[in-house]
Design a protein around this ligand. Structure first.
Ligand SMILES: *Cc1c(COP(=O)(O)O)cnc(C)c1O
Length: 362
């Protein structure tokens, strides 16, 4: 069998410069420095500033580092929701966030999309005192992407609620409407092509004020990763705990590499590669998009229903050294294939995958 190349939707193939930066991190011994040292603060500063540049994150957003996106779900509920959150649910990840709200004793409400689709903002019945609305920009389990315009419509309809956007599997591709949302987050093992174990949470002043207000009312915000604790350390370019220094370092280096390439170029290439994959899925007699409506089809995670089951596809491609994701969860595992289209997946690799798929099972 050939050396595997990963088109899985996370963890995925590492960004192509990652091994160079890992070697430098070891050579420069950054894994032995104190997280209270000036050297660490410089790494933190470098990562934060390059992320801001790459994604165009405005100055009214603070950036915090956590261990995962799953952790951020818990922090959002603990710090920004006293009682009521409301979730747009269209797959396993958006559903998990909704469940966490309820596990933490909040009243999480939801609107549920039809299978293989996105929620329609017109179907939202949001209780008046809802404090936060959770939107999953890219539902990785089914390859569905909520249109950006929906975020703006939701903001206009419910201006009092904070809006939290999960962009785990769509950044850095997606250009988020920062003025119409209040916080967003991602973990690095998807579109950034890095080893898992680092989450990034960016939040505006409305979120900070909300957390401080809850603290004044003696509501527990958690402990070391409560917003006031994260904020105090972030202002010194530090973290409350001994963090994933390698992850933070690598994220800064990869953000710098992506800036050198140019975010517009990355976005154009993503569109092109999505079109190449989309054509195979649409044309192959054994495949069809699980998400039928074009406006909801993700460009970063493409999910196809296989009429002959996913196993033959996964096996045939693995023999050729190409590893795709199976369907998500027991429900879809044997039916779907999921293909990541992240910045590290080059045009040539995607074209080779598409050419190979085109000729299978005819
Ligand atoms: C992978 C994923 C998560 C969870 O990320 P972790 O880093 O595993 O915590 C959350 N939301 C979406 C949409 C994801 O794809």
């Amino acid at each position: 069998m050939a050396i595997p190349y990963y088109f899985t939707p996370g963890p995925s193939e590492l960004y192509f410069t990652a091994d160079f930066h890992v070697k430098n991190a070891l050579k420069d011994k950054i894994l032995s420095i104190s997280h209270r040292s000036r050297q660490f603060e410089q790494i933190y500063e470098h990562t934060e500033s390059h992320l801001r540049l790459l994604l165009g994150i405005p100055d009214n957003y603070q950036i915090f580092f956590t261990s995962s996106a799953t952790e951020i779900w818990e922090r959002i509920i603990q710090n920004l929701v006293k009682e009521k959150s409301y979730h747009l649910v269209n797959g396993s990840f958006s559903r998990r966030f909704y469940e966490i709200a309820n596990e933490l004793g909040r009243k999480g409400g939801m609107v549920k999309a039809q299978e293989g689709s996105c929620c329609d903002p017109n179907d939202m019945v949001v209780p008046e005192d809802t404090e936060l609305i959770a939107i999953t920009h890219n539902e990785t389990s089914i390859g569905a992407s909520q249109p950006i315009g929906d975020m703006q419509r939701i903001r206009q309809a419910f201006p009092q609620a904070l809006i939290a956007v999960d962009a785990v599997s769509s950044l850095p591709f997606v250009n988020l409407p920062f003025g119409d949302i209040d916080c967003f987050y991602f973990s690095v093992q998807k579109g950034f092509g890095l080893p898992a174990g680092l989450g990034v949470w960016a939040l505006n002043e409305r979120c900070i004020e909300k957390a401080l207000g809850m603290q004044e009312n003696n509501i527990s915000l958690g402990s070391y990763h409560a917003v006031p604790s994260l904020l105090e350390r972030a202002q010194k370019k530090q973290t409350p705990e001994t963090p994933n220094v390698l992850g933070i370092y690598l994220l800064g280096k990869i953000a710098e590499d992506m800036l050198t390439k140019g975010i517009d170029q990355i976005r154009r290439e993503t569109e092109y590669k999505a079109a190449v994959l989309s054509q195979v899925i649409s044309k192959h007699p054994q495949l069809e998009f699980f998400v039928r409506e074009g406006k909801y089809q993700s460009k970063t995670v493409l999910v196809a229903n296989c009429k002959n089951g996913s196993a033959p596809w996964l096996h045939a491609l693995e023999e050729k050294g190409m590893v795709l994701g199976a369907g998500y969860g027991n429900q879809y595992k044997d039916k779907h294939i999921r293909i990541a289209n992240f910045p590290t997946h080059s045009k040539e690799r995607i074209e080779m995958l598409a050419d190979t798929m085109e000729n299978l099972f005819l």
